[in-house]
Design a protein around this ligand. Structure first.
Ligand SMILES: [Zn+2]
Length: 95
């Protein structure tokens, strides 16, 4: 009795299915918006005294005065420039 060779079963290679992104992972993403973001900032109101520095008995100006308006007009101290609020004169700080 001839032995028939068993037919080889060729299993088709299983295609790796792309794993669907778990919805839980997306939901677990850190939230950028925080509750404290919209809190009101309490600004300390500055008076004229903030424009001067006191060193012992002497008083010096904390900010430069406007070159266009002359003494009596202080310039606002921004992070990169001084600006006069009276005439708009702007002097950039040296880097
Ligand atoms: Zn000015």
């Amino acid at each position: 009795m001839p032995v028939k060779p068993a037919p080889k079963k060729e299993e088709p290679a299983k295609k790796e299915e792309a794993k669907p992104v778990a919805a839980a992972e997306v939901a677990a993403a850190p939230k950028k918006a925080e509750k404290g973001k919209h809190e009101k900032k309490h600004r300390v109101e500055k008076g004229v005294h903030a424009m001067y520095k006191r060193e012992g008995d002497k008083v010096s100006r904390a900010r430069p005065t406007c070159e266009r308006c002359g003494p009596g007009y202080f310039t606002a101290d921004h992070h990169d420039r001084y600006t006069c609020g009276h005439c708009g004169f702007t002097r950039y700080k040296p880097k």
